[in-house]
Design a protein around this ligand. Structure first.
Ligand SMILES: [Zn+2]
Length: 250
């Protein structure tokens, strides 16, 4: 299939979760764990990719946003060490790039195959693509709120990444995904949220970049990844035992 943006015939191996974020996650024996929408998981060294969606140029433009986001998220992790929970304001971050980065992640997941965790952007798919490629101003209906999920006060690590999934909150459709130790909520919906708990955090506010430090233990992303780590530990010790039994027979 040709590039879904520009029709170039030659497509490349496009990473759905950018490689830079997959490399940060190391669970067990050097494996990164990805969690799919249905809660199932897969092991991978480099994350999932789709060979049939984008050409090198179109993937590269999103890659620039991904590199910028990775740099900002790393800095968020480092600077969150020792701080109290709650909203933090950071000067000098290009909010627009972070918002367009989120559009890029969602759009890629909207054009991939079901087996890689395709998401439905409903009537917004084309506009989300245009946001990702800076072909339109960021509209009011597209907004982003970010949480740094910290396991303990000195934590500056990354315990998992998670592909986007739909999460409806107070009649509004949000997409949530996790990369770089941070959980993203992306609003792709014209309605305003009722009792909007994220009101302090939306990047669409007039002022500086902001994010919220929160205890990882209160979020499903942490619980799921912990369960997986436990289960895969059981699995690997079981496999190790099998190996020993095989050896003792010979
Ligand atoms: Zn292209």
């Amino acid at each position: 299939m040709p590039c879904l943006r520009c029709n170039e015939i030659k497509t490349i191996q496009a990473h759905l979760i950018p490689q830079v974020f997959c490399k940060e996650v190391q669970v067990g024996k050097g494996h990164a764990t990805g969690v799919k929408e249905d809660g199932s998981f897969y092991f991978s060294q480099s994350g999932t990719f789709d060979k049939g969606i984008l050409c090198a140029d179109c993937d590269g433009l999103l890659g620039q946003l991904e590199e910028y986001a990775a740099k900002i998220l790393k800095s968020i992790r480092e600077h969150s060490k020792g701080l109290s929970f709650g909203p933090k304001i950071v000067e000098g971050v290009d909010k627009e790039k972070i918002v367009r980065f989120c559009a890029g992640v969602l759009w890629k997941y909207s054009i991939t195959q079901e087996q890689y965790g395709k998401i439905n952007l409903y009537g917004f798919q084309d506009d989300v693509k245009r946001i990702a490629y800076s072909e339109m101003d960021i509209p009011e209906w597209f907004d982003v709120a970010i949480f740094r999920l910290r396991i303990h006060a000195q934590d500056d690590g990354v315990f998992a990444y998670r592909a986007p999934l739909i999460d409806r909150k107070n009649r509004v459709r949000l997409y949530r995904f996790m990369v770089g130790g941070c959980l993203f909520f992306v609003k792709v919906h014209r309605k305003k949220m009722r009792d909007d708990v994220l009101t302090e955090l939306w990047l669409g506010r007039e002022d500086s970049f902001r994010f919220c430090i929160a205890p990882a233990q209160q979020f499903e992303e942490f619980k799921i990844s912990k369960d997986l780590a436990f289960n895969s530990e059981k699995l690997s010790s079981f496999l190790d035992r099998q190996d020993e039994m095989a050896k003792s027979k010979t």
